[in-house]
Ligand binder design. Structure first.
Ligand code: PRP
Ligand code: URA
Length: 208
């Protein structure tokens, strides 16, 4: 598995704002969408193109456009939903699937409650989005599910990751490409990322 860590100063700046306890729900939502768009721009730099003939006001010319089946964006619910519009801003025609998982507060194991993927998933570039990669349990379960349904070309976008989660995901799914906004120090005793940003789902949906 390849792991790419984001180095762009705009991404770094926005992740710092996102982390702040004083950042309220509406600003948090806006930031996570902007970060997702910037990360998506980096992660999708290898989308296939094909040349087509067009006419400019000056002359006919052969120029590239995106080619192939429409990509699929797949958020891990709930928090991944906050990243979808950032990716759709780049590829408005992308299909959207959903994978509903929540972590058991005691065991930290993921539990599935809803999953629906776009058809012909085996032919699509898949972009799984979840802002937090902590133990890696949710990410591994989501990628397991996608692969069981035929998904092959998988990119995973995580805004903040713990080394434990990166290691576990790499071990379980060495064939996927992981994009991390910022690699944090460690997990705490409740499997929260330190310094992290707290509970991403609660901060996006205002449930704290
Ligand atoms: C959060 C987050 C990830 C998961 C990461 O979701 O959005 O999906 O935890 O933790 P892990 O790497 O240890 O599995 P959570 O289970 O809190 O659900 P929510 O998004 O519905 O709040
Ligand atoms: N899920 C979150 O939302 N935050 C963490 O720090 C870990 C898992």
């Amino acid at each position: 598995m390849s792991v790419s860590y984001m180095t762009h100063p705009l991404i770094k700046h926005k992740i710092t704002l996102l982390r702040k306890q004083a950042t309220g729900t509406s600003e948090f939502r806006k930031l996570i969408e902007e970060i997702s768009m910037l990360m998506g721009y980096e992660a999708l730099s290898d989308l296939p193109t094909a040349d087509i003939k067009i006419k400019t006001p000056i002359e006919e010319t052969i120029q590239p456009v995106l080619n192939g089946k429409k990509p699929a964006v797949i958020p891990i619910l709930r928090a991944g939903l906050g990243m979808v519009n950032g990716i759709l801003a780049l590829i408005p025609l992308a299909k959207v699937g959903h994978i509903g998982l929540y972590r058991d507060p005691e065991t930290h194991e993921p539990h599935e409650y809803y999953c629906k993927l776009p058809e012909n998933i085996d032919q699509r570039q898949i972009v799984v989005v979840d802002p937090m990669l902590a133990t890696g349990g949710s990410a591994i379960a989501a990628v397991d599910f996608i692969k069981e349904h035929g998904g092959k070309k998988i990119k995973f976008l995580s805004v903040i990751a713990a080394p434990e989660g990166v290691g576990a995901l790499m071990k379980a799914h060495p064939d996927i490409q992981l994009y991390v906004g910022c690699l944090d120090r460690c997990l705490n005793e409740n499997a929260y990322i330190c310094p992290g940003l707290g509970d991403a789902g609660d901060r996006i949906f205002g449930t704290i």
